[in-house]
Design a binder for this molecule. Structure first.
Ligand code: FAD
Length: 468
C-alpha cells in the first residue's frame, strides 16, 4: 500500500546494538530501515542508561573529591546543587549523542520509521504510530528490541515515589532517605549519585555480597567505602512488601534467619534486573522462538531459528551490556551482507562505574576454581601505587588471574578509580593469548594506574616480592 516500506535489512530497535547493525549494513551496501518506537534514537544506553548515568556519576565524583580534599588542605564550601541545571546538562549530553545518531543515519540513507513494530509474518513488520500503520517488508531482519527494568508484584510501581533506573535518572528531587533495592551495578551506580547529592542511602541485596557477579575480594573495597558513607547496606536480606503510606513507603525486610523488620523511606529505587523485550514483538508470527523469560536464542552468527532473522543485544541474553550489543550488531550486519563473520570474542568486560569502580573480565577466581583450573594469581594492592596515593586513594586492588599450566592470562578483577579503563588491557591480553611474561615485560607508563596490571603480573611471576 501507499507509504509501505521495504528494506533489504530491517533493524527493529535503535539501541547500541540496533544502530550499530543498521550503520554497518548500510556501509556494506544494503538498503536499511531502522524501526524505533521512541522519538530519539540510541535506545536505553544513550537515553536512560550508560550515558546519562555517567554524566551524573561525574557530578558525584566532583562533589566527593571536593569534600575529601578538605583532609589534604584544600577546602571548598558545601556544594550547592541546582538540580534543574544538573538535569539540563545531563539531558544536553544525551541530546548531543542522540542527535548525532540521526545525522549518521541520514548520511548513510538509513530510513528511520518511528513507531511500535510487531512481526505479522516471516518477512513483514507492522509499525504502529499515532498516524497509523506502516508495513515494513524485509529480506533480512535484525531484532534489537533490548530490555526493560523488572517490576515486582509486591511493589506499588504506580506510586511516583517508587522509581526504576529511568526514574532515578530523571532527577525528580533528592529524597531524604532512599532505599535501593538490588545491590547490582545499576543500583549501586544510582546509589553513588544520590549519596553525593545528599540522600541518606540504604542498599538491600538478597545475596551475600554486592555485585554478585564479581569476586568478593574485588568488591570489598567498594563495600567498605560505601558502608562508611551510606546509612546501611543490608546483605542476605529480601524485601517482602512495600506499602505506600502518606508519610512515605513502608518497607518490610526479611533477613536470612527469617526475621522481619520495617522501615519507611521517601523513595524506593527498584534495580533488581532487566527483562528482555522478546515477548513484545510477536516474534512467533515470523517463526522465531522466544523463551519463557523473553530471550531469543541465536547461533554463533546471531541467527535465530529463521536463518534470515538475526537477534542481538539485551534481547539475546546476558551480559546485558552495550559493548556486547555493539559487537553482536556488527556480526549480524556483516553476516546479513554476506560476509564471513561469527561471534568469536573470548571475553566481555563488565564495569560498575561506582566510586571506586569495580571491573572484571574473563574468568573470575571463583569461576576458574569451579572449572577445576589450576588457578594462579597476582594481586597488587594500590596502597603501593604512587599514582593511586597521589589521587588521595589507597583502597584499590588489581588481581590478574592466570592458568598455572601455561601462565596464560584468563581473567582479572580490578577495583579502584578508573578500573573500567584498566580492565581493557587485560581483555586484549586474553584475546591475544598473552601470558604473565607478556604483561610483566611490557613497559607501562609511570606513574599511572595501568602499572598495577604490570605489577600484578610481576607478582605472579615472583619478580616483585616486596611492596615499597
Ligand atoms: P536497547 O538499548 O534496550 O534498545 C532497544 C531499542 O529498541 C529501544 O530504543 C526501544 O525503544 C526499541 N524497541 C524495543 N521494542 C520495540 C518495538 N517493538 N518497536 C520499536 N522499537 C522498539 N551498559 C554498558 O555497557 N555500560 C554502562 O555503563 C551501562 N549503564 C547502564 C545504566 C543503566 C541505568 C541501564 C538501565 C543500563 C545500562 N547499561 C550499560 C546497559 C545498556 O544500556 C544495554 O545493555 C544496552 O542499551 C542494550 O542495547 P540493545 O541495543 O540491546 O537495546
Amino acid at each position: 500500500g501507499k507509504g509501505d516500506v521495504h528494506g533489504e535489512v530491517v533493524v527493529l530497535g535503535s539501541g547500541p546494538g540496533g544502530y550499530t547493525a543498521a550503520f554497518r549494513a548500510a556501509d556494506l551496501g544494503k538498503k536499511v530501515v531502522l524501526i524505533e518506537k521512541d522519538s530519539n534514537l540510541g535506545g536505553v544506553c544513550l537515553n536512560v542508561g550508560c550515558i546519562p548515568s555517567k554524566a551524573l556519576l561525574h557530578a558525584a565524583k566532583v562533589i566527593t573529591e571536593a569534600e575529601e580534599m578538605g583532609e589534604h588542605g584544600i577546602s571548598f564550601a558545601k556544594p550547592k546543587t541546582d538540580i534543574d541545571k544538573l538535569r539540563d546538562w545531563k539531558d544536553s549530553v544525551v541530546k548531543q549523542l542522540t542527535g548525532g545518531l540521526s545525522g549518521l543515519a541520514k548520511g548513510r540513507k538509513v530510513q528511520v520509521v518511528n513507531g511500535y513494530g510487531r512481526f505479522s509474518g516471516p518477512n513483514m513488520i507492522e509499525v504502529q504510530n499515532d498516524e497509523g500503520l506502516t508495513k515494513v517488508s524485509f529480506d533480512q531482519c535484525i531484532i534489537a528490541a533490548g530490555s526493560e527494568p523488572v517490576t515486582l508484584p509486591f511493589i506499588p510501581h504506580d506510586d511516583d515515589r517508587v522509581i526504576d533506573s529511568t526514574g532515578a535518572l530523571e532527577l525528580d528531587g533528592i529524597p531524604k532517605r532512599l532505599l535501593v533495592l538490588g545491590g547490582g551495578i545499576i543500583g549501586l551506580e544510582m546509589a553513588c549519585v544520590y549519596d553525593a547529592l545528599g540522600s541518606r542511602v540504604t542498599v538491600v541485596e538478597l545475596m551475600d555480597q554486592l555485585i554478585p557477579g564479581a569476586d568478593k575480594d574485588i568488591v570489598k573495597p567498594l563495600h567498605k567505602r560505601i558502608e562508611g558513607r551510606y546509612e546501611a547496606i543490608k546483605l542476605k536480606t529480601k524485601v517482602t512488601a512495600v506499602e505506600a503510606q502518606k508519610k512515605g513507603l513502608k518497607v518490610t525486610f526479611e533477613d536470612d534467619k527469617g526475621e522481619s523488620s520495617t522501615d519507611t523511606f521517601d523513595k524506593v529505587l527498584v534495580a533488581v534486573g532487566r527483562r528482555p523485550n522478546g515477548k513484545l514483538v510477536d516474534a512467533e508470527k515470523a517463526g522465531v522462538a522466544v523463551d519463557d523469560r523473553g530471550f531469543i536464542a541465536v547461533d554463533g552468527q546471531q541467527r535465530t531459528g529463521q536463518s534470515h532473522i538475526f537477534a542481538i543485544g539485551d534481547v539475546v541474553g546476558q551480559p546485558m551490556l552495550a559493548h556486547k550489543a555493539v559487537h553482536e550488531g556488527k556480526v549480524a550486519a556483516e553476516v546479513a551482507a554476506g560476509h564471513k563473520r561469527h561471534f568469536d570474542a573470548k571475553v566481555i568486560p563488565s564495569v560498575a562505574y561506582t566510586d571506586p569502580e569495580v571491573a572484571w573480565v574473563g574468568l573470575t577466581e571463583t569461576q576458574a576454581k569451579e572449572r577445576g583450573i589450576k588457578v594462579g594469581k597476582g594481586v597488587f594492592p594500590w596502597a603501593a601505587s604512587g599514582r593511586s596515593l597521589s589521587l588521595g586513594r589507597s583502597e584499590g586492588v588489581t588481581k590478574v588471574i592466570f592458568d598455572e599450566e601455561d601462565d596464560r592470562v584468563i581473567g582479572a578483577g580490578i577495583v579502584g578509580p578508573n578500573a573500567g579503563d584498566l580492565v581493557a588491557e587485560v581483555a586484549l591480553a586474553i584475546e591475544m593469548g598473552a601470558d604473565a611474561v607478556d604483561l610483566g615485560h611490557t613497559i607501562h607508563p609511570h606513574p599511572t594506574l595501568s602499572e598495577t596490571v604490570n605489577f600484578a603480573a610481576e607478582m605472579f611471576e615472583g619478580t616483585i616480592t616486596d611492596l615499597m
